[in-house]
Write a protein that binds this ligand. Structure first.
Ligand code: ZN
Length: 226
């Protein structure tokens, strides 16, 4: 188990670690790069709370399961219960904005997809959701206009903007809350933009929301037991 805790503005938030609701296929160029179909409604999947690790310093990845891809995503920290919520209730329940990596064992995911099996082993494994510190949504004038970036070894590799998402933040929360009660301490990851790829040992990652949030980590691989 990692010692991850949700932090808002660098202070531990008094919230449990909950589930992580993830949206797949929410940026059109990313759908094309993986050869997937455009969704009519948000594609949802879950990661368990045991997937959370702090995105700060070292990022340890078990290399036993093939290529591990980075997917940089905006992470919403939820502070109020949502069930069949309105768009207004959804926006008011967000108490933190951060960034996560939706780490994915891509070879394993492709194998599971081709066999029509669930993705969990490829996306919900221990440590598959490295997450930054959160900042209060008050720092943003408009949550539907947030830019975020990933740099690897100093080079920009992913750039996303919430204005380019197929499903907006409030639409995602309302839709997800029809199926899953969203509880305080849960996270919602809103999908990755174009540019996903495999991590390699010693990669230096830097994630940022320009002028507001910055986090970095160095990748190291291990095999099997740490
Ligand atoms: Zn993703």
């Amino acid at each position: 188990m990692s010692n991850y805790r949700h932090k808002i503005n660098d202070k531990c938030a008094p919230l449990p670690l909950g589930k992580i609701i993830c949206v797949g296929r929410n940026f059109s160029e990313h759908i094309s790069e993986l050869g997937n179909c455009f969704p009519e409604s948000p594609v949802l999947f879950l990661k368990p709370s045991t997937s959370l690790v702090e995105l700060d310093g070292q990022l340890k990845i078990d290399s036993s399961f093939g290529a591990c891809h980075f997917e940089t995503e905006l992470a919403l920290l939820i502070g109020k219960e949502l069930k069949n919520c309105s768009e207004d209730e959804a926006m008011k329940a967000i108490i933190g904005i951060g960034l996560s990596l939706d780490l994915t064992y891509r070879d394993l995911q492709n194998k599971l997809k081709s066999e029509g099996l669930p993705w969990e082993k490829s996306k919900g494994f221990d440590g598959s959701c490295p997450t930054t510190n959160f900042i209060s949504p008050n720092h943003f004038t408009n949550l539907n206009n947030i830019q975020f970036k990933l740099f690897i070894n100093g080079k920009e590799r992913q750039r996303g903007d919430t204005s380019a998402m197929i499903f907006r933040i409030d639409e995602i929360l309302c839709y997800a809350s029809k199926y899953f009660s969203i509880l305080p301490g849960d996270l919602v990851l809103t999908g990755t933009p174009f540019g996903v790829g495999a991590l390699t040992s010693n990669d230096e990652l830097r994630l940022e929301i320009p002028n507001l949030l910055n986090a970095s980590a160095k990748v190291s691989f291990f095999k099997g037991k740490q």
